[in-house]
Design a protein around this ligand. Sequence first.
Ligand SMILES: C[S@@+](CC[C@H](N)C(=O)[O-])C[C@H]1O[C@@H](n2cnc3c(N)ncnc32)[C@H](O)[C@@H]1O
Length: 373
Amino acid sequence: MNADRPPPAASPVPAGLLPAAGFLLCGCQGGAEAALRERAAQVLPAGRPAAWRRGLVTFRLAGGDPEAAAAGLALDDLAADLVFARTVIHSLGQVTGADNPSLAAAVVERVGRSGWQGVHVWSRAGRPGVAAVDEQVAAARAAVLAACGLPSETAVVAEPGARLLDCVIDSPNRWWLGWHHAAGLPGRWPGGSYPPAARPLPAGRVSRAWLKLDEAIATFELPLLRGQRAVELGAAPGGACQRLLEAGLRVVGVDPALIDSPVAGADGFTQWRMRAREVPLRRFKGTDWLVADMNIDPRSTLEALGRVATAEDVRLKGIIATLKIPHWSRAAELPAWLDAFRGWGFQPRGRQLSSGGREICVVALRAPVRHRS
Ligand SMILES: C[S@@+](CC[C@H](N)C(=O)[O-])C[C@H]1O[C@@H](n2cnc3c(N)ncnc32)[C@H](O)[C@@H]1O
């Protein structure tokens, strides 16, 4: 056992692992609830949707279900498989109260004040970065920290392994309660939302796509190396290319539209001003990373990616793709989309990033070649 990790405290559940029975609570993008339920039917068959509201779905794990017990899934792994879940926590029901201090008192009465190493407070429906939401969350968090006897300056981004109390604001008088161990990065962020996504775009960055790629790099721990070459399909106005340049890569942006001047004139940047399918395949030789962020149907994006990923003389290390979801009903195609990456010899992982819209980010690294022993 890692000595830095806190003891499992009062819970009988091993750190982060699913219990055989009980409730899980998932936070998601507002509107993604049905897509999340459908995905859960595929990857968490032992879970039955229990309650859902905008931005939140709970699942009941069947009591004594051997499948659930045997699964032994970590919450982080489950969140990754669910794709549309930003966070997955153990649900402890709801509390009500007239104001933040009485809600916080009800929380402590329900779950105890000791054993918590941090508090995640988030709003199920309100977006971080909206002033009124941020103020509501800050006030609720201050009340819970005080009620739990934790310092007011307790970091918002949790330490790895911390045992966290989750308070999810449903309305000013009702919170959902839960807990989890912070393991991987999204589990250390309140509600699984990338903290910089709640702040204004850093100065000089040309589009929100800078932030999306920044979140993807952090979330998937992308092994981008200085000197590698990336080609982005759908590059204008240039935010993602800018982030890749900052990581030290040589970057080509493919787009019929113009790239903004700070990126267009940057050292190491080239634009091919055309549509993706018009680029001769030989030009992709030597590309390490294929990035795509085109505002077209996901099937067309996959066609454009597959053309390059399977081309002779092209040996990609990985693909970073945004698949726009034109209508939520199309989310049902997710397994087929992921299979396409597998068919080209890559291992895909997907996530609906907190800085993105109605879309998913798929990161697919080349699958290791298996040698016969
Ligand atoms: C969401 S924007 C891309 C934002 C960009 N990644 C950034 O970092 O700023 C979508 C872009 O896809 C481009 N696009 C659409 N279809 C395309 C195609 N077939 N080939 C290349 N680019 C395409 C559009 O011109 C548009 O600039």
